[in-house]
Structure formats: C-alpha cells, structure tokens
Unconditional design. Structure first.
Length: 255
C-alpha cells in the first residue's frame, strides 16, 4: 500500500481453530479519523490487541510511521507514538485524577532503575510530567477533578480521564476502543465534538472502534467494516451506509 501513516497488510490471527482476523488489509492516512466497525466478534478489539502487542498474528505486517509494529515489545508501542483506551475502564480508583493521568506519561520519563534508586532528578521529572498531565486535563475540561480520587466520579467523567491518560504520552495515533459505551446521548454528542477537537488541536490520527453508528458516521472520514474477521467493505460513511454487504452483516438481510 505504502501511503498511510498506519498500514495493516494481510493480518491473520487464529485462536485454536477459530480465525479471528483473516487476511485483513487497510490503511489510515495521517490525521484521519477512521472508524473500524462490525458486529460483535468481528475482530475489531483483536486487531487493537495485535497492535498493542498482546497477540501475535500468524501472518501479515503492520507498519506505523515507518516502524514495524510486530517486532516491538508491548512497552515500546507508546514510545513510537501509539496510545489506546479500553472497552472497560482501567483506572486506579483510589488514586487521584492527576495521578492516573500521569501514569500514562511514563514513556516520556527518563528515569532508569539506578537513577530511580538514587532519586536523581526524580522531583524535576515528576514536575514535568505533572505539568503535562495538567495541560491535557485543561484541554479536556477536567482540571476541577485533578486532586480528587477517581472513585465515585461520574462514569462519563472517568471515560474522559482515561482519554486524558492516553493523550498525555503525546501519541501520533490514538486507538479508541468503544469510547461511547455507557454514555448518555448528550455525552456521546460531546465526545464526538471532543474527538474532532483533539484530532485538530494535537494533529492526531484516530482509529475508532465503536458500536454507536451515529457517532462513527458523523466523525469518521473513512470506515472499515469487518465481519467474522474479514474486511467486507471500506469507504466513506455514505458509501458504507449504502453497501448491501454491510446492511446484510448488521441486519441479516440484503438491500
């Protein structure tokens, strides 16, 4: 393909006798919002887990910004500019909001085992990371919660906190795994606007997995559709909405 910031080429992964992804190929351009959709079990989160180096494919390649992702360790993925959120909240409830967000900036730290043991430059680095975390909280309108524990905060607020934690590492590519799950209608609308804002402000590329079709079609410039691990369609939101294979996969009928 050779044109996208992210290039997925022929990725296949199996679990036992089940093929979770089957020869999947697509690309995402720089600063594009790309929706990745499909029925439950289509393989969307599996792809995110391959990109996060949780799973190893049996075939294929994934290239991001000139880096071969598949020869990287999990801890190296944020270092090359990829960050993600998860379907289920993964915050530390007893830690404050600012502490949770700072945890996402660990890849920007310069401490090693020996400097940490001697506490050389530790306070200065902590100040730097805290400043970066506050900047992201301000962007997401979360500063008033900064010193509060996450436990007990509204669900929609915690979703934004997780987004803040993903952004503080200054990624080039943001993987959003069902960010609208559990949100109210108004919160989904706010999230849609926020994703566009942070894409534009931070010059991000976004790969979005989401079941909320209204949101996907509203903010995506490109949509890739999976069904049983295979790509069945790719195109603009309008093209996808009119595609008979997509309608069949979701509704069980052919237009």
């Amino acid at each position: 393909m050779g044109q996208g910031l992210l290039e997925v080429e022929g990725v296949t992964i199996q679990f036992g006798g089940v093929t979770a992804l089957d020869n999947l190929s697509f690309q995402v351009a720089n600063q594009q919002i790309c929706g990745l959709i499909g029925p439950n079990g289509a393989g969307k989160t599996t792809l995110f887990n391959v990109m996060s180096r949780i799973y190893d494919p049996i075939e294929g390649a994934i290239t991001f910004d000139g880096h071969n992702i598949l020869n990287r360790a999990p801890h190296q993925i944020p270092q090359i500019g990829i960050s993600r959120t998860f379907q289920n909240l993964a915050l530390w409830p007893k830690m404050t909001v600012i502490e949770n967000v700072m945890a996402g900036a660990h890849t920007r730290g310069r401490q090693n085992f020996f400097s940490a043991m001697g506490r050389f430059g530790l306070k200065e680095e902590e100040r730097t990371l805290k400043k970066a975390a506050y900047e992201i909280l301000e962007l997401l309108e979360l500063t008033k919660f900064a010193e509060q524990p996450c436990d007990g905060l509204p669900f929609g607020t915690m979703k934004r906190i997780e987004l803040a934690r993903a952004l503080v590492s200054k990624p080039k590519l943001l993987l959003l795994d069902e960010p609208a799950t559990g949100l109210t209608h108004s919160e989904v609308n706010d999230l849609s606007k926020l994703i566009i804002t942070i894409r534009d402000y931070l010059n991000l590329t976004v790969l979005l997995v989401e079941h909320h079709m209204g949101m996907v079609m509203e903010i995506s410039e490109k949509v890739v559709v999976l069904d049983f691990g295979s790509k069945i369609a790719e195109g603009t939101p309008t093209e996808i909405q009119e595609n008979s294979l997509v309608i069949s996969a979701y509704l069980g009928v052919v237009k």
